[in-house]
Ligand binder design. Structure first.
Ligand SMILES: Cc1ncc(COP(=O)(O)O)c(C=O)c1O
Length: 397
């Protein structure tokens, strides 16, 4: 019943027209790379500028005694959205910082094993390999395929677990092609074996409903400048209460002993720009007027819409499963016998469409990620451009 209501709302273009009016115009390109970083709604953009003007009048006092006084309230709001305790939330600059905090902060000994996959974010894999080189931990790369079934992926991770496995590194939604992992089940299996879990949720928080309590992972990491629409340079790290005390922060904080969540907060990095964090509050407020479930339903609808239009383009090959409720904004496609790097450039330079070339292992294609400020007519424009570019490309490339 709820699912039906949500999808009905997803299809009503006039309502989304009103939402679009609240975003900055995207120019000169039709922006289909929102998975990298989303434009904030105008109200958020203005909040940053206002806060920065306010800071400039009396920086020290206005940043740390006035603007930052709102941060506990912002944490409470975020905690409500993602279903954790405010005392488990640290605010930082982005997912990369949160991931590095967890990767370098978990105490491990030589010989301890960490499970990753080739599909995890490249800096995540690099972080673990650095620990392997420096400290002699063992990084085990689990070789499943992005298109494998949930059951096969679970079996691959379980088969790789040994009595020495200490950490399971997971990605909630892969940025390559939008595939979602069965995180809850994987975390449950890990807990039964006393294995610590890190979930890279850069692409899921605010794109869809996420409950930290239900996932029951140890670390959940996200960027607030992706689907929440906060200003660029905002991230959130959630550390389960059971892990806070023994996890090392990236930088040793002023206040010792460092036993609370604030040891992971951004302000331990030294002087930073409080205006960026001050505008998280209007982003949350804006997001709540739409809601994560409605947003997810709309993004799924937009993805299915453009794929439906494009699938008869000669050589079109989709590398994302679309007949699943977990489908969201991200999908990956390729065109047989065309060079995807050239097609990316051609779409941008000659058709004013910005999509993202992605390649990892044998997977290669163009990633398409619309946002809720987009309308179906934008996707009509995109698919017409793609059709023309492919037609011209088959003659030229
Ligand atoms: C799955 C995933 N993890 C981590 C990141 C890093 O995010 P950020 O650049 O905001 O640190 C990204 C960015 O696209 C991502 O998609």
């Amino acid at each position: 019943m709820t699912y039906f209501a949500v999808d009905q709302a997803a299809e009503d273009e006039s309502e989304w027209e009103q939402i679009r009016a609240q975003y900055p115009a995207q120019e000169p390109f039709l922006n289909l790379n929102n998975a990298a970083v989303s434009p904030p709604p105008v109200v958020v953009q203005e909040a940053v500028v206002d806060a920065y003007r306010f800071i400039s009048r009396n920086p020290d006092y206005n940043m740390w005694s006035r603007l930052d006084a709102a941060l506990p309230g912002i944490k409470r709001e975020l905690a409500e959205l993602i279903d954790c305790a405010p005392e488990e939330i640290a605010l930082n600059r982005n997912s990369s910082e949160g991931l590095s905090t967890a990767i370098f902060g978990i105490p491990l000994n030589k010989g301890d094993q960490v499970l990753i996959s080739p599909w995890d974010y490249p800096s995540v894999c690099a972080g673990w390999f650095q620990r392997q080189q420096r400290e002699g931990i063992e990084v085990v790369n689990c070789g499943f395929d992005l298109m494998d079934s949930d059951e096969d992926i679970i079996d691959t991770y379980v088969a790789a677990m040994t009595p020495f496995t200490r950490v399971l590194q997971l990605t909630h939604m892969y940025h390559w092609n939008g595939r979602i992992l069965p995180i809850r089940r994987l975390c449950e299996i890990a807990r039964e074996r006393n294995i610590i879990t890190i979930v890279d949720g850069a692409q899921t928080f605010a794109q869809m409903q996420v409950s930290f309590r239900q996932l029951d992972c140890d670390f959940f990491v996200t960027s607030l400048h992706k689907w929440l629409g906060a200003p660029v340079g905002n991230g959130m790290l959630i550390v389960n209460k059971r892990q806070i005390e023994q996890t090392w922060p990236l930088l040793a904080p002023f206040d010792q002993p460092a036993v609370h969540i604030d040891k992971f907060d951004h302000w331990n990095l030294g002087t930073y720009n409080s205006a960026i964090q001050a505008a998280i509050a209007p982003a949350i407020e804006f997001h709540k007027t739409i809601g994560a479930s409605r947003m997810h339903a709309r993004l799924r609808e937009l993805t299915r819409y453009w794929v439906g239009l494009a699938q008869d383009i000669p050589g079109f090959r989709l590398q994302t499963v679309t007949d699943t409720d977990s489908l969201g904004a991200i999908s990956l496609f390729s065109i047989d016998s065309l060079d995807m790097r050239k097609l990316e450039r051609d779409l941008r330079d000659n058709h004013q469409v910005h999509v993202k070339y992605r390649t990892v292992k044998h997977v290669e294609g163009l990633r398409v990620s619309p946002h809720i400020y987009m309308l179906k007519r934008d996707l009509d424009t995109f698919v017409t451009a793609l059709r023309n570019a492919v037609e011209e490309g088959s003659r030229r490339f």
